[in-house]
Design a protein around this ligand. Structure first.
Ligand code: GLC
Length: 435
Protein backbone atom coordinates (compact mmCIF):
# COMPACT_ATOMS: atom_id res chain seq x y z
CA UNK A 1 0.00 0.00 0.00
CA UNK A 2 1.18 3.57 -0.67
CA UNK A 3 1.33 6.23 2.02
CA UNK A 4 -2.23 7.46 1.32
CA UNK A 5 -3.67 3.93 1.29
CA UNK A 6 -1.83 3.21 4.56
CA UNK A 7 -3.19 6.45 6.04
CA UNK A 8 -6.73 5.51 5.01
CA UNK A 9 -6.40 2.06 6.61
CA UNK A 10 -4.98 3.41 9.88
CA UNK A 11 -7.52 6.21 10.28
CA UNK A 12 -10.70 4.14 9.68
CA UNK A 13 -11.53 3.90 13.41
CA UNK A 14 -10.62 7.58 13.89
CA UNK A 15 -12.97 8.75 11.11
CA UNK A 16 -15.74 6.67 12.71
CA UNK A 17 -15.05 7.88 16.27
CA UNK A 18 -15.46 11.56 15.35
CA UNK A 19 -15.33 12.95 18.93
CA UNK A 20 -12.50 12.94 21.47
CA UNK A 21 -11.28 14.54 24.67
CA UNK A 22 -8.08 16.59 24.77
CA UNK A 23 -6.50 16.93 28.23
CA UNK A 24 -3.92 19.63 29.01
CA UNK A 25 -2.54 19.21 32.52
CA UNK A 26 0.74 19.81 34.33
CA UNK A 27 2.63 22.16 36.63
CA UNK A 28 1.11 25.19 34.84
CA UNK A 29 -2.23 24.34 36.53
CA UNK A 30 -0.78 25.81 39.75
CA UNK A 31 -0.11 29.39 38.47
CA UNK A 32 -3.41 28.83 36.61
CA UNK A 33 -2.72 31.22 33.73
CA UNK A 34 -2.47 28.66 30.91
CA UNK A 35 0.29 26.41 29.64
CA UNK A 36 2.37 29.10 27.95
CA UNK A 37 3.11 31.24 31.00
CA UNK A 38 6.81 30.38 31.11
CA UNK A 39 7.11 31.87 27.63
CA UNK A 40 4.67 34.77 27.89
CA UNK A 41 5.90 35.86 31.33
CA UNK A 42 9.60 35.00 30.70
CA UNK A 43 9.67 32.78 33.79
CA UNK A 44 13.09 31.23 34.41
CA UNK A 45 13.49 27.50 35.00
CA UNK A 46 14.54 28.26 38.58
CA UNK A 47 11.41 30.34 39.27
CA UNK A 48 9.20 27.69 37.62
CA UNK A 49 10.78 24.89 39.68
CA UNK A 50 8.79 25.93 42.76
CA UNK A 51 5.69 24.53 41.04
CA UNK A 52 7.51 21.20 40.61
CA UNK A 53 8.26 21.17 44.36
CA UNK A 54 4.63 21.99 45.14
CA UNK A 55 2.75 19.79 42.64
CA UNK A 56 0.54 17.39 44.62
CA UNK A 57 -2.75 16.68 42.78
CA UNK A 58 -4.55 15.02 45.68
CA UNK A 59 -7.86 14.89 43.79
CA UNK A 60 -6.44 13.27 40.63
CA UNK A 61 -8.99 10.60 39.66
CA UNK A 62 -8.59 9.63 35.99
CA UNK A 63 -11.48 7.17 36.29
CA UNK A 64 -13.81 10.12 36.83
CA UNK A 65 -12.27 11.89 33.82
CA UNK A 66 -12.80 8.77 31.71
CA UNK A 67 -16.43 8.44 32.84
CA UNK A 68 -17.08 12.09 31.98
CA UNK A 69 -15.56 11.58 28.53
CA UNK A 70 -17.52 8.39 27.84
CA UNK A 71 -20.78 9.87 29.09
CA UNK A 72 -20.23 12.85 26.79
CA UNK A 73 -20.06 10.43 23.87
CA UNK A 74 -16.33 10.75 23.34
CA UNK A 75 -14.61 7.74 21.76
CA UNK A 76 -10.97 8.57 22.39
CA UNK A 77 -8.73 10.88 24.40
CA UNK A 78 -5.36 12.60 23.98
CA UNK A 79 -3.48 13.66 27.14
CA UNK A 80 -0.32 15.75 27.55
CA UNK A 81 2.62 13.53 28.48
CA UNK A 82 5.04 16.47 28.27
CA UNK A 83 4.14 20.03 27.29
CA UNK A 84 6.49 22.81 26.18
CA UNK A 85 7.59 23.34 29.82
CA UNK A 86 9.33 19.96 29.71
CA UNK A 87 7.55 18.52 32.75
CA UNK A 88 6.88 14.80 32.23
CA UNK A 89 3.64 13.31 33.53
CA UNK A 90 5.14 9.85 33.05
CA UNK A 91 7.99 7.96 34.74
CA UNK A 92 10.71 8.67 32.18
CA UNK A 93 14.16 7.26 32.91
CA UNK A 94 15.66 10.16 30.97
CA UNK A 95 14.83 13.00 33.32
CA UNK A 96 14.19 13.85 36.97
CA UNK A 97 11.66 16.53 35.94
CA UNK A 98 8.74 14.14 36.14
CA UNK A 99 5.56 13.48 38.11
CA UNK A 100 6.99 10.47 39.95
CA UNK A 101 9.54 12.81 41.55
CA UNK A 102 6.93 15.25 42.80
CA UNK A 103 4.80 14.89 45.94
CA UNK A 104 2.30 13.12 43.64
CA UNK A 105 4.80 10.24 43.34
CA UNK A 106 2.63 8.76 40.56
CA UNK A 107 2.98 7.93 36.88
CA UNK A 108 -0.02 10.01 35.85
CA UNK A 109 0.06 8.75 32.28
CA UNK A 110 -0.04 5.12 33.40
CA UNK A 111 -3.19 5.86 35.41
CA UNK A 112 -4.70 7.80 32.50
CA UNK A 113 -4.28 4.97 29.99
CA UNK A 114 -5.58 2.37 32.44
CA UNK A 115 -8.67 4.44 33.31
CA UNK A 116 -9.61 5.43 29.77
CA UNK A 117 -9.07 1.95 28.34
CA UNK A 118 -11.28 0.58 31.14
CA UNK A 119 -14.05 2.89 29.91
CA UNK A 120 -13.58 1.61 26.37
CA UNK A 121 -11.95 4.71 24.95
CA UNK A 122 -8.90 4.68 22.71
CA UNK A 123 -5.88 6.47 24.17
CA UNK A 124 -3.55 9.04 22.65
CA UNK A 125 -0.49 10.92 23.85
CA UNK A 126 0.27 14.58 23.24
CA UNK A 127 4.05 15.05 23.25
CA UNK A 128 5.71 18.44 22.85
CA UNK A 129 8.67 18.49 20.45
CA UNK A 130 9.51 21.78 22.15
CA UNK A 131 11.19 21.64 25.57
CA UNK A 132 11.94 24.80 27.49
CA UNK A 133 13.40 22.86 30.44
CA UNK A 134 16.06 20.87 28.58
CA UNK A 135 19.44 22.62 28.57
CA UNK A 136 20.15 21.53 24.99
CA UNK A 137 17.00 23.07 23.53
CA UNK A 138 17.87 26.38 21.83
CA UNK A 139 16.90 29.36 24.01
CA UNK A 140 18.29 32.79 23.07
CA UNK A 141 16.77 34.00 19.80
CA UNK A 142 14.30 31.13 19.62
CA UNK A 143 10.76 32.08 18.55
CA UNK A 144 9.06 30.90 21.75
CA UNK A 145 11.60 30.00 24.47
CA UNK A 146 11.09 31.82 27.79
CA UNK A 147 14.74 32.99 27.69
CA UNK A 148 14.63 34.00 23.98
CA UNK A 149 15.52 37.64 24.77
CA UNK A 150 17.45 37.13 28.01
CA UNK A 151 21.00 38.37 27.44
CA UNK A 152 22.31 35.93 30.03
CA UNK A 153 21.48 33.19 27.52
CA UNK A 154 23.18 34.85 24.56
CA UNK A 155 25.94 32.64 23.18
CA UNK A 156 24.97 29.72 25.41
CA UNK A 157 25.98 26.45 23.71
CA UNK A 158 23.35 23.79 23.07
CA UNK A 159 23.97 20.26 21.89
CA UNK A 160 20.75 19.86 19.90
CA UNK A 161 21.67 16.32 18.86
CA UNK A 162 21.76 15.45 22.56
CA UNK A 163 18.28 16.96 22.92
CA UNK A 164 17.05 14.89 19.96
CA UNK A 165 18.46 11.73 21.58
CA UNK A 166 16.47 12.65 24.69
CA UNK A 167 13.29 13.46 22.74
CA UNK A 168 13.43 10.30 20.62
CA UNK A 169 14.24 8.27 23.74
CA UNK A 170 11.17 9.59 25.56
CA UNK A 171 8.91 8.96 22.59
CA UNK A 172 10.24 5.39 22.55
CA UNK A 173 9.46 5.06 26.27
CA UNK A 174 5.91 6.21 25.58
CA UNK A 175 5.56 3.78 22.66
CA UNK A 176 6.92 0.74 24.50
CA UNK A 177 5.84 0.96 28.13
CA UNK A 178 2.11 1.81 28.10
CA UNK A 179 0.58 -0.89 25.90
CA UNK A 180 -1.23 -0.13 22.67
CA UNK A 181 -1.27 3.59 21.95
CA UNK A 182 -3.79 4.75 19.37
CA UNK A 183 -2.65 8.33 18.68
CA UNK A 184 0.67 10.18 18.97
CA UNK A 185 -0.10 13.91 18.89
CA UNK A 186 3.19 15.78 18.36
CA UNK A 187 3.25 19.55 18.92
CA UNK A 188 4.59 21.69 17.16
CA UNK A 189 6.95 22.73 14.34
CA UNK A 190 7.85 26.36 13.62
CA UNK A 191 10.36 28.19 11.39
CA UNK A 192 13.25 25.84 10.62
CA UNK A 193 12.32 23.72 13.65
CA UNK A 194 10.43 21.28 11.46
CA UNK A 195 10.74 17.98 9.61
CA UNK A 196 14.23 16.50 9.65
CA UNK A 197 15.37 19.12 12.17
CA UNK A 198 13.55 16.77 14.58
CA UNK A 199 15.05 13.76 12.72
CA UNK A 200 11.40 13.13 11.85
CA UNK A 201 11.91 10.19 9.46
CA UNK A 202 13.86 8.26 12.11
CA UNK A 203 11.31 9.22 14.78
CA UNK A 204 8.28 8.12 12.74
CA UNK A 205 9.99 4.89 11.70
CA UNK A 206 10.61 4.07 15.35
CA UNK A 207 7.05 4.99 16.40
CA UNK A 208 5.46 2.95 13.65
CA UNK A 209 7.75 -0.01 14.41
CA UNK A 210 6.73 0.04 18.07
CA UNK A 211 3.05 0.83 17.39
CA UNK A 212 2.15 -0.37 13.85
CA UNK A 213 -1.45 0.86 13.97
CA UNK A 214 -0.85 4.22 15.67
CA UNK A 215 -1.99 7.41 13.93
CA UNK A 216 0.02 10.62 14.00
CA UNK A 217 -0.95 14.25 13.63
CA UNK A 218 0.76 16.51 11.09
CA UNK A 219 2.81 18.67 13.45
CA UNK A 220 6.23 17.22 12.74
CA UNK A 221 5.96 19.56 9.75
CA UNK A 222 3.81 22.45 10.98
CA UNK A 223 1.81 23.96 13.82
CA UNK A 224 -1.88 24.58 14.40
CA UNK A 225 -1.68 27.24 11.69
CA UNK A 226 -0.80 24.98 8.79
CA UNK A 227 -1.21 21.56 7.19
CA UNK A 228 2.20 20.50 5.87
CA UNK A 229 2.73 18.02 3.03
CA UNK A 230 -0.33 15.95 4.01
CA UNK A 231 -2.21 18.26 1.67
CA UNK A 232 0.08 17.58 -1.29
CA UNK A 233 0.20 14.89 -3.96
CA UNK A 234 3.40 13.62 -2.37
CA UNK A 235 3.01 13.63 1.39
CA UNK A 236 6.27 13.09 3.24
CA UNK A 237 6.96 9.99 5.34
CA UNK A 238 6.35 12.11 8.43
CA UNK A 239 3.36 14.14 7.12
CA UNK A 240 1.13 12.37 9.61
CA UNK A 241 -2.27 10.71 9.25
CA UNK A 242 -4.49 13.70 9.99
CA UNK A 243 -4.41 17.48 9.83
CA UNK A 244 -4.93 19.34 13.10
CA UNK A 245 -6.60 22.75 12.57
CA UNK A 246 -6.57 24.60 15.87
CA UNK A 247 -9.41 26.71 17.32
CA UNK A 248 -11.06 26.86 13.89
CA UNK A 249 -13.47 24.74 11.85
CA UNK A 250 -12.10 24.61 8.26
CA UNK A 251 -14.75 26.41 6.13
CA UNK A 252 -14.80 23.64 3.53
CA UNK A 253 -13.21 20.74 5.37
CA UNK A 254 -9.71 19.75 4.23
CA UNK A 255 -8.77 18.08 0.95
CA UNK A 256 -5.46 17.42 -0.78
CA UNK A 257 -4.25 19.09 -3.99
CA UNK A 258 -6.35 16.66 -6.02
CA UNK A 259 -9.51 17.36 -4.04
CA UNK A 260 -9.42 14.10 -2.12
CA UNK A 261 -10.60 14.43 1.51
CA UNK A 262 -7.89 13.97 4.10
CA UNK A 263 -8.56 13.06 7.71
CA UNK A 264 -8.65 16.11 9.97
CA UNK A 265 -9.44 16.90 13.57
CA UNK A 266 -10.25 20.38 14.84
CA UNK A 267 -8.94 20.87 18.37
CA UNK A 268 -10.80 23.42 20.46
CA UNK A 269 -10.87 24.61 24.05
CA UNK A 270 -14.01 24.84 26.19
CA UNK A 271 -12.99 28.33 27.34
CA UNK A 272 -10.00 30.08 25.71
CA UNK A 273 -7.14 28.18 27.34
CA UNK A 274 -5.72 24.69 26.94
CA UNK A 275 -4.14 24.53 30.40
CA UNK A 276 -6.15 25.47 33.49
CA UNK A 277 -6.78 29.22 33.72
CA UNK A 278 -8.68 30.22 36.83
CA UNK A 279 -9.97 33.56 35.57
CA UNK A 280 -11.03 32.40 32.10
CA UNK A 281 -14.77 31.88 32.52
CA UNK A 282 -15.63 32.33 28.84
CA UNK A 283 -16.88 28.77 28.40
CA UNK A 284 -18.57 27.86 25.14
CA UNK A 285 -22.18 26.68 25.41
CA UNK A 286 -23.02 22.99 24.92
CA UNK A 287 -25.25 24.14 22.06
CA UNK A 288 -22.33 25.78 20.24
CA UNK A 289 -20.03 22.79 20.77
CA UNK A 290 -22.66 20.28 19.62
CA UNK A 291 -23.32 22.34 16.50
CA UNK A 292 -19.58 22.59 15.82
CA UNK A 293 -19.22 18.82 16.21
CA UNK A 294 -22.01 18.40 13.64
CA UNK A 295 -20.27 20.89 11.34
CA UNK A 296 -16.98 18.99 11.63
CA UNK A 297 -18.63 15.68 10.77
CA UNK A 298 -20.55 17.28 7.88
CA UNK A 299 -17.12 18.19 6.48
CA UNK A 300 -15.53 14.76 7.12
CA UNK A 301 -13.74 15.94 10.27
CA UNK A 302 -13.38 15.16 13.96
CA UNK A 303 -13.63 17.37 17.02
CA UNK A 304 -11.11 17.12 19.86
CA UNK A 305 -12.57 19.03 22.81
CA UNK A 306 -10.15 20.13 25.53
CA UNK A 307 -10.44 19.90 29.32
CA UNK A 308 -7.82 21.61 31.51
CA UNK A 309 -7.81 20.09 35.02
CA UNK A 310 -6.79 22.29 37.98
CA UNK A 311 -3.82 21.92 40.37
CA UNK A 312 -5.67 19.28 42.39
CA UNK A 313 -6.45 17.23 39.27
CA UNK A 314 -10.13 18.20 39.00
CA UNK A 315 -11.79 19.00 35.69
CA UNK A 316 -13.53 22.36 36.31
CA UNK A 317 -17.24 22.15 37.14
CA UNK A 318 -18.09 24.33 34.13
CA UNK A 319 -16.40 21.81 31.83
CA UNK A 320 -18.10 18.85 33.51
CA UNK A 321 -21.47 20.57 33.06
CA UNK A 322 -20.77 21.16 29.37
CA UNK A 323 -19.72 17.51 28.90
CA UNK A 324 -22.86 16.34 30.68
CA UNK A 325 -25.15 18.41 28.44
CA UNK A 326 -23.33 17.23 25.32
CA UNK A 327 -23.78 13.66 26.51
CA UNK A 328 -27.56 14.10 26.83
CA UNK A 329 -27.74 15.09 23.16
CA UNK A 330 -25.23 12.44 22.03
CA UNK A 331 -27.08 9.63 23.76
CA UNK A 332 -30.14 10.41 21.64
CA UNK A 333 -28.47 11.49 18.42
CA UNK A 334 -25.02 9.89 18.31
CA UNK A 335 -26.02 7.69 15.36
CA UNK A 336 -25.95 10.86 13.23
CA UNK A 337 -22.33 11.50 14.26
CA UNK A 338 -20.49 8.18 14.61
CA UNK A 339 -19.26 6.70 11.31
CA UNK A 340 -20.91 9.59 9.49
CA UNK A 341 -19.32 12.08 7.12
CA UNK A 342 -19.95 14.54 4.35
CA UNK A 343 -23.31 14.00 2.64
CA UNK A 344 -23.91 13.63 -1.10
CA UNK A 345 -26.36 16.55 -0.91
CA UNK A 346 -25.62 20.26 -0.69
CA UNK A 347 -25.68 21.90 2.73
CA UNK A 348 -29.26 22.96 3.54
CA UNK A 349 -30.08 26.48 4.72
CA UNK A 350 -31.45 25.43 8.13
CA UNK A 351 -28.43 23.40 9.33
CA UNK A 352 -26.26 20.54 8.09
CA UNK A 353 -26.42 17.08 6.57
CA UNK A 354 -24.31 14.15 7.67
CA UNK A 355 -24.49 10.78 5.96
CA UNK A 356 -23.69 7.12 6.58
CA UNK A 357 -24.36 5.02 3.48
CA UNK A 358 -28.08 5.06 2.70
CA UNK A 359 -28.88 7.03 5.84
CA UNK A 360 -28.97 10.82 5.47
CA UNK A 361 -29.22 12.87 8.67
CA UNK A 362 -30.79 16.29 8.63
CA UNK A 363 -29.43 18.41 11.49
CA UNK A 364 -32.05 21.12 11.85
CA UNK A 365 -30.80 24.13 13.78
CA UNK A 366 -33.28 26.76 12.60
CA UNK A 367 -37.05 26.67 12.98
CA UNK A 368 -39.25 27.20 9.95
CA UNK A 369 -42.49 28.79 8.84
CA UNK A 370 -44.79 25.83 8.07
CA UNK A 371 -43.35 22.74 6.34
CA UNK A 372 -39.56 22.44 6.39
CA UNK A 373 -38.03 22.01 2.89
CA UNK A 374 -35.60 19.08 2.55
CA UNK A 375 -33.56 19.42 -0.67
CA UNK A 376 -34.12 15.74 -1.54
CA UNK A 377 -36.93 14.61 -3.91
CA UNK A 378 -39.62 12.51 -2.21
CA UNK A 379 -38.98 9.59 -4.59
CA UNK A 380 -35.50 9.24 -3.03
CA UNK A 381 -36.85 8.77 0.49
CA UNK A 382 -37.99 5.36 1.77
CA UNK A 383 -38.81 6.59 5.29
CA UNK A 384 -38.03 9.31 7.78
CA UNK A 385 -37.60 9.06 11.54
CA UNK A 386 -36.91 11.52 14.36
CA UNK A 387 -33.56 10.16 15.61
CA UNK A 388 -34.09 11.15 19.25
CA UNK A 389 -37.01 8.75 19.77
CA UNK A 390 -37.37 6.82 16.51
CA UNK A 391 -40.81 8.28 15.86
CA UNK A 392 -42.13 8.31 12.30
CA UNK A 393 -41.88 11.53 10.34
CA UNK A 394 -44.41 11.73 7.51
CA UNK A 395 -43.40 13.47 4.32
CA UNK A 396 -45.56 16.52 4.06
CA UNK A 397 -48.17 17.07 1.29
CA UNK A 398 -49.38 20.44 2.50
CA UNK A 399 -51.50 22.51 0.07
CA UNK A 400 -48.81 25.18 -0.15
CA UNK A 401 -45.79 23.07 -1.24
CA UNK A 402 -47.00 21.45 -4.45
CA UNK A 403 -44.97 23.84 -6.59
CA UNK A 404 -41.63 22.60 -5.21
CA UNK A 405 -41.22 19.04 -6.54
CA UNK A 406 -37.44 18.98 -6.07
CA UNK A 407 -38.00 19.21 -2.32
CA UNK A 408 -39.54 16.98 0.29
CA UNK A 409 -41.24 18.60 3.27
CA UNK A 410 -41.58 17.59 6.89
CA UNK A 411 -43.29 19.17 9.83
CA UNK A 412 -43.22 18.65 13.61
CA UNK A 413 -46.95 18.80 14.31
CA UNK A 414 -50.27 17.35 13.10
CA UNK A 415 -51.40 20.12 10.75
CA UNK A 416 -49.08 20.00 7.74
CA UNK A 417 -49.17 23.75 6.95
CA UNK A 418 -48.88 25.00 10.53
CA UNK A 419 -45.70 26.28 12.18
CA UNK A 420 -44.39 24.26 15.13
CA UNK A 421 -41.31 24.60 17.35
CA UNK A 422 -38.42 22.20 16.75
CA UNK A 423 -38.37 19.26 19.22
CA UNK A 424 -34.75 20.08 20.12
CA UNK A 425 -33.58 23.69 19.83
CA UNK A 426 -29.94 22.62 19.94
CA UNK A 427 -30.20 20.33 16.90
CA UNK A 428 -33.24 18.33 15.83
CA UNK A 429 -32.06 15.34 13.83
CA UNK A 430 -34.19 13.50 11.26
CA UNK A 431 -32.93 10.31 9.63
CA UNK A 432 -33.91 9.69 6.01
CA UNK A 433 -33.44 6.21 4.62
CA UNK A 434 -32.64 6.76 0.98
CA UNK A 435 -33.74 4.68 -1.99
C1 GLC B 1 -0.64 25.10 20.37
C2 GLC B 1 -0.14 25.54 21.73
C3 GLC B 1 -0.13 24.44 22.73
C4 GLC B 1 -1.36 23.56 22.69
C5 GLC B 1 -1.67 23.17 21.27
C6 GLC B 1 -2.98 22.40 21.20
O1 GLC B 1 0.37 24.35 19.76
O2 GLC B 1 1.18 25.97 21.65
O3 GLC B 1 -0.04 25.02 24.01
O4 GLC B 1 -1.05 22.41 23.44
O5 GLC B 1 -1.80 24.31 20.47
O6 GLC B 1 -3.33 22.23 19.86
Amino acid sequence: MNIIEERTRRTKWFMEARFGMFIHWGLYAIPARGEWIRSTERITAEEYYKYFEEFNPTAFDPKSWARAAREAGMQYAVMTTKHHDGFCLFDSELTDFKSTNTKAGRDLIREYVDAFRAEGLKVGFYYSLIDWHHEDYPAYGDQNHPMRDNEAFKGKQHNFDRYLEYMHGQVKELCTRYGKIDIMWFDFSYGDMAGEKWRASELVKMVRTCQPDIILDNRLETGGHGFGSIKTRNPSFYSGDFASPEQVIPPEGITDEEGNPIPWEACITMNNHWGYCSDDKLFKSPKLIIRKLVECVSKNGNLLLNAGPDAYGRIPDESLEILSEIGKWMRKNGSSIYSCGKASFEKPEWGYFTQKGKFLYAHIFDGNIGPLPIPVPAERIKKARLVADGSEMKLNQAWNVAEFPDYSFINFGPVESFTYPLPDDIDTVVEFELI
